[in-house]
Design a protein around this ligand. Structure first.
Ligand SMILES: Cc1cc2nc3c(=O)[nH]c(=O)nc-3n(C[C@H](O)[C@H](O)[C@H](O)COP(=O)(O)O)c2cc1C
Length: 154
């Protein structure tokens, strides 16, 4: 059984929900188990035992949040070499679809060049600033989780 860590930043809970849907999609394959944690927990987490890691956060003012970028930095210092890594984000403005996920991905490529990146990540629309996730998104997130698990299983 592979092990996957899902790290989220969130203000209103939507990106956490997205991360948990992705984790559910991964676990539905029966090939991997997930641990879902907030950005503050990364510092104390032993990430060495995880085969895959996902980082996600909302887009704030055109950018990935400082919180998720800090979590990527912390995790990269601990070591992401050889792990399958991907990203997820939530956005409100249609033109901003996937922008934060892409920025997180670029940061991973920069800080952890030894990581294997599954690209593009998962991106989900929220209906209004505080959400909820648009109705179509949970099913898409589960599909993404399945794809991540399949890639991890090789
Ligand atoms: C300070 C702030 C800035 C935001 N800026 C953007 C933005 O530039 N583009 C966008 O699509 N949504 C923007 N939003 C909406 C967020 O995408 C939305 O609140 C978030 O996806 C909800 O996820 P969460 O519940 O995990 O916090 C912003 C929200 C906040 C609070």
């Amino acid at each position: 059984m592979k092990k996957v860590l899902v790290v989220f930043d969130t203000t209103y809970g939507n990106t956490e929900k997205l991360g948990r849907e992705i984790a559910a999609g991964i676990e539905e394959t029966g090939t991997a188990e997930c641990k879902v944690i907030g950005i503050k927990e990364v510092k104390s987490e032993d990430i060495s035992g995880f085969d895959g890691v996902l980082f996600g956060g909302p887009i704030h003012a055109f950018r990935a949040t400082r919180g998720i970028k800090g979590a990527v930095k912390d995790a990269a210092k601990k070591g992401l070499d050889g792990k399958l890594v991907s990203t997820f984000d939530t956005y409100q403005a249609p033109g901003h679809k996937g922008r934060a996920a892409k920025q997180i991905e670029e940061m991973i490529a920069d800080k952890a060049p030894g990581a294997k990146i599954l690209s593009p990540g998962c991106t989900a629309l929220v209906d209004g600033r505080t959400g909820p996730l648009n109705a179509v998104e949970p099913a898409k997130a589960r599909e993404f989780g399945k794809k991540f698990a399949e890639e991890l299983a090789g």
